[in-house]
Design a protein around this ligand. Structure first.
Ligand SMILES: C[S@@+](CC[C@H](N)C(=O)[O-])C[C@H]1O[C@@H](n2cnc3c(N)ncnc32)[C@H](O)[C@@H]1O
Length: 187
């Protein structure tokens, strides 16, 4: 799809070099561009913004997912330099900040698969829970209680917001901290 959208600004060779996948998360598109095409990254960003009507921001991913928080470096190519957006999955709504927290739209079938393992009335500890996507989808699907722990304060703050907008206060509990310490001291 990315290659097709960019046919008008890239040669066939350049188009073949381009990584064919890109992620769209709400109004945000994140693309990875090979070194041979970085001189054209602005043009690529502007073309995508023009062609993909639901997009408001195009970011270039300039690092791999890394560090304790598993985040990535993003450079704005076109549109608003705003990294918080709303994403919908499995009938739930999520606020994510693609610069400050880990988030991947590619795990949606894995999230459904894991949620189906949970039984009604179970208590689940999600030790590396991020903004709460696995936890909230499980709690929407099953009558369970989920403790969503994350060491990244941006993630636990967004998780609290996501619990509230999905009306799961009391069913999902967002806890900030190192999972091993939280489990020993609080759970
Ligand atoms: C690959 S991300 C997965 C997040 C979430 N499960 C998701 O799929 O959206 C791993 C998460 O673990 C968190 N993390 C790393 N070390 C941790 C620790 N010691 N205790 C709690 N969370 C931790 C990071 O901040 C990050 O949000």
């Amino acid at each position: 799809m990315l290659k097709k959208t960019l046919e008008s600004v890239l040669s066939t060779k350049e188009s073949d070099e381009l990584i064919s996948a890109f992620d769209q998360i709400g109004h945000i598109i994140i693309i990875r561009i090979p070194d041979s095409l970085t001189s054209k990254k602005k043009l690529i960003g502007e073309t995508l913004l023009d062609q993909v009507k639901s997009a408001k921001s195009i970011f270039y991913q300039s690092s791999s997912v890394d560090g304790e928080f598993r985040t990535r470096d993003l450079e704005i190519l076109a549109g608003e330099d705003k990294t918080e957006t709303e994403y919908k999955e499995s009938g739930c709504r999520f606020f994510v900040d693609v610069r400050n927290v880990f988030f991947s739209p590619r795990l949606s079938s894995e999230r459904t698969r894991i949620a189906e393992f949970v039984n009604n009335d179970e208590v689940v500890v999600n030790m590396f829970g991020g903004v709460g996507i696995f936890s909230i989808i499980a709690a929407k699907l099953k009558k369970c209680t989920v403790f969503n722990i994350d060491i990244n304060p941006f993630a636990t703050k967004l998780c609290k917001k996501n619990i509230a907008i999905n009306r799961l206060v009391g069913n999902v509990i967002s806890i900030h901290g190192d999972a091993s310490q939280v489990i020993n001291s609080q759970l």
